[in-house]
Ligand binder design. Structure first.
Ligand code: 5SP
Length: 218
């Protein structure tokens, strides 16, 4: 199980130190929540902050950028340039954005690509793209803010994706994000998730390393 603390819950006055703290505590990945104030009702940070995080954590740390933005096709090259390892875009943009071309472009730029689904979006929205992604992100909260409660009903989507993956011999990772801590991690694992994003339960824990270890051992 990969654990990816979400920088959204970090102390923004200490962003570089906070990013380093996550890896020192045992994080596998660092999750970067990028919000544009259009796709979600919040604004977070953009490529310059991601580039600063890359400088802070060094060249080998895995940075996973979740683009909650309406124009990922326009902006993804800036996140590639910032040095992230994986860029995840949203399935809800189908029809507005050429998702196949954007996913292909991300991969051709040498970065892994992912597709995210909001709680209200069926997993089947990912079906046309499952051969073309390295990861599917199943949101377990309505995106936009940290600190929300886990929506257990999305576990059925994770089960369906895991079943599809097994049946088709595919290898994409399944990531879950939102309201995840020690109590939810075993449920996510049982459903078939491989990577858990956790903001409040890691950055705001008394011991970040204990919090990460507990979730990883779920
Ligand atoms: O993408 C999002 C929210 O939009 C998440 O990454 C949250 O930031 C996770 O935070 P917690 O729910 O773990 O506090």
């Amino acid at each position: 199980m990969l654990i990816a603390p979400s920088l959204l819950a970090a102390d923004f006055t200490q962003i570089g130190n906070e990013a380093r703290r996550a890896f020192i505590a045992g994080a596998d990945w660092l999750h970067l929540d990028v919000m544009d104030g259009h796709f979600v009702d919040n604004v977070s940070f953009g490529p310059d902050v991601c580039a600063a995080v890359r400088r802070a954590v060094g060249p080998t740390a895995f940075l996973d950028a979740h683009l909650m933005i309406t124009a990922p096709d326009h902006y993804y090259p800036r996140f590639v340039k910032a040095g992230v390892n994986l860029i995840c875009i949203h399935a809800e943009l189908d029809g507005q954005v050429d998702l196949s071309a954007t996913l292909r472009g991300i991969r051709e730029a040498g970065v892994q690509c992912g597709l995210a689904v909001n709680p209200a979006t069926p997993w089947e929205a990912c079906l046309p793209y499952l051969e073309a992604v390295d990861m599917v992100l199943v949101m377990s909260v309505v995106p936009g803010f940290g600190g929300q409660s886990f929506m257990g009903e999305v576990l059925d989507k994770v089960r369906a994706l895991a079943a599809w993956r097994k049946e088709h011999g595919a290898s994409f990772l399944i990531q879950m994000d939102g309201g995840i801590g020690a109590e939810q991690a075993p449920l996510c694992r049982e459903a078939g998730a491989d990577c858990l994003v956790a903001g409040s339960s890691t950055f705001r824990a008394k011991s970040m390393s204990d919090a990460i270890m507990t979730m990883r051992n779920a």
